[in-house]
Design a protein around this ligand. Structure first.
Ligand SMILES: Nc1ncnc2c1ncn2[C@@H]1O[C@H](COP(=O)(O)OP(=O)(O)OP(=O)(O)O)[C@@H](O)[C@H]1O
Length: 253
């Protein structure tokens, strides 16, 4: 059974159709990456799955149950954790208070989870009594991921974990994402503009363009694709011919 199965999902901002029939599947234990340029609809997809936006049409099945339209707090309790773009930690609360908030849906057990988070992010333990607003960008990203983990998610969704981070920190964050997946078995759906690192880390990927999935498959296959190399990995010059080909193709294999 898929952890997450999205079928023909549409989402609107007023009259603007931001998702135009998106279908994706996330299996147990997978890291799945959604790639796409600015404005492709990546954040909209995450928000709609997390219950923060109403789906116009289509279905979202989580562990076999329909969740389209379910309240976001209920979805957290059922095992969906969203680490939002821009991190959104509570700046006046301490690091540890931010982490404990991540466990708000559960009674007890939070200390074990804190120990787990501190094991992956020792810097958060060092700074646990400091206000989160004083952390660097990378540390805030770690805190946001740690807070998401505190809910013991069955599916963790990460929106642009590399946003605003240096290449070195981005590598560090993605290494931890891969370890959490391998060691804790956390299933992950991540949105990322940095196609290099997303394709290195994920098992499977989807390319979203203008609200539609244009290409999908195992990351090994995506990396080998000429179009992905040309338009997302920047390995060759985007020739005029290439651009025309991109526009002409509606669906790819
Ligand atoms: N609040 C909003 N009101 C109106 N249109 C919006 C709003 N938010 C997003 N859009 C539009 O919806 C489309 C998808 O936006 P979305 O933020 O999901 O893209 P994205 O792929 O996440 O891009 P980015 O990488 O810039 O975050 C875009 O055309 C965008 O202009």
């Amino acid at each position: 059974m898929s952890v997450l199965s999205v079928r023909n999902l549409e989402a609107f901002y007023g009259a603007i159709k931001a998702l135009r029939g998106v279908s994706i599947d996330v299996e147990q234990g997978e890291i799945v990456a959604i790639l796409g340029a600015n404005g492709a609809g990546k954040t909209t997809l995450m928000k709609t799955i997390a219950g923060l936006m109403d789906p116009g049409k289509g279905s979202i099945t989580f562990l076999g149950e329909e969740i389209a339209g379910v309240d976001p707090a209920r979805l957290v309790a059922r095992g969906i954790s969203l680490v939002p773009e821009g991190r959104e930690v509570f700046p006046y609360l301490t690091v540890e208070e931010n982490l404990r908030l991540g466990a708000f849906t559960r009674k007890g057990g939070a200390q074990d989870d804190l120990d787990l988070v501190y094991g992956y992010f020792p810097i958060l333990q060092e700074r646990r009594r400091q206000a989160a607003g004083f952390l660097s960008g990378g540390q805030q990203q770690m805190l946001a991921i740690g807070r998401g983990l505190m809910a013991r998610p069955k599916l963790m969704m990460l929106d642009e974990p590399s946003l605003g981070l240096s290449p070195l920190l981005t590598t560090e964050i993605f290494e931890i994402i891969a370890r959490l997946n391998a060691e804790q078995g956390v299933t992950m759906l991540l949105v990322e503009q940095n196609a290099h690192i997303a394709l290195e880390t994920a098992h499977k990927g989807y390319v979203l363009e203008m609200g539609r999935i244009m290409m999908s498959g195992p990351t090994e296959r995506l990396k080998a694709s000429e179009d992905i190399q040309e338009f997302y990995l920047g390995r060759t010059e985007a020739t005029e011919r290439g651009q025309k080909r991109w526009k002409r193709r509606k669906t790819w294999r």
